[in-house]
Design a protein around this ligand. Structure first.
Ligand code: UTP
Length: 301
């Protein structure tokens, strides 16, 4: 097989039930919860487009139609705003005028992340592709795109899979998929993986490098998913499928988030609240006021 062509396809799984964010997610997708001014999934799509990914497949499920509506043009709203002179607000809708193509498929039962990715196999065909979790924002450094760097590393190395990783507090490893770098590569910016483990125990974790919501795959991942054994909850874990890729003899790599790059995962209330505060503080118009308010509050503690 020759050098793969540039990657333009991305799969965004958004079919999970978001149980950790109930009742906020009872009837709306967690990926539509606002962080600052925009819903989480809008940041994700903007990040992917900045990386040159313009064919976007959402793997959706029940109660997720708000996502489809969000990325669709709304002529009635545009007419109303135009007639009322709401030009500032009209600018906020520019994101729907994009040359990206959106596709949707349904995972009727959320049987795990690997199962969600498996739903993309016809869309992907025989090209390499990106997977970006719809509930996690990656902040790149000003003027750069982390996902674009991931893609470049992936294509250059000829790997079957490249995962983003970030350092987490060693006491928190049990919440994440944790990677084991090949011996001698532990300190490198990007490196080969010997193994990876979903939610390890703190005392047996092979590192404190957690998989950070972005992946690049070759179509070989579908064969590995097909052979993955469900976990004790009956779900197919993507970490287990990647582990299988290694066992099948494929090269799997990881690339670290660099200083100034950050992952915001909104899967639980603690991380959601922190993400909201950071984005509100960084808001061009209201950041200053929020900062003043927080300073006052802190003095009251
Ligand atoms: P999570 O495991 O964090 O989401 O998946 P969840 O299952 O919705 O969360 P809880 O545990 O019930 O609170 C990360 C991303 O993968 C998607 C989710 O929608 C989320 O964006 N996902 C997860 C799927 O698309 N399908 C699945 O079967 C599981």
């Amino acid at each position: 097989m020759g050098q793969p062509e540039a990657i333009v396809k991305v799969v965004v799984p958004v079919a999970g039930m978001g149980t950790r964010l109930l009742p906020a997610t009872k009837s709306q997708p967690k990926e539509m919860l606002p962080v600052g001014r925009r819903p989480v999934v809008q940041y994700v799509v903007e990040e992917l487009q900045a990386a040159g990914l313009n064919q976007i497949l959402f793997v959706t499920g029940r109660k997720k139609s708000a996502i489809e509506d969000h990325f669709d043009a709304d002529p009635e709203l545009i007419r109303t705003l135009s007639a009322g002179g709401g030009y500032e607000m009209l600018k906020e809708l520019n994101f729907t005028e994009t040359d990206a193509s959106f596709f949707y498929t349904r995972q009727s039962t959320p049987k795990g992340l690997a199962d969600a990715v498996y739903h993309a196999r016809r869309f992907v065909g025989d090209s390499h592709f990106v997977v970006a979790l719809g509930d996690s924002i990656i902040m790149s450094r000003e003027g750069s795109s982390f996902v674009q760097d991931m893609i470049a590393t992936h294509l250059q190395s000829g790997a079957a899979c490249t995962v983003a990783v970030e350092e987490v507090n060693p006491e928190d490893v049990y919440r994440y998929g944790i990677v084991k770098p090949k011996a001698g590569m532990e300190d490198a910016q990007d490196f080969d993986l010997e193994d990876l483990i979903e939610k390890p125990r703190v005392d047996t974790a092979p590192s404190n490098l957690a998989i950070a919501a972005r992946y690049v795959f070759s179509p070989a991942i579908f064969k590995a998913i097909g052979r993955t054994v469900p976990d004790r909850n009956g779900e197919l874990q993507l970490t287990d499928s990647i582990r299988l890729l290694i066992q099948l003899g494929h090269r799997v790599r990881a690339i670290r988030l660099r200083a100034g790059e950050r992952r915001y995962d909104i899967g639980n209330f603690e991380s959601y609240f922190k993400a909201f505060i950071d984005f509100a503080l960084a808001d061009e118009k209201y950041g200053y006021l929020v900062r003043q308010y927080l300073k006052r509050k802190v003095r009251e503690f």
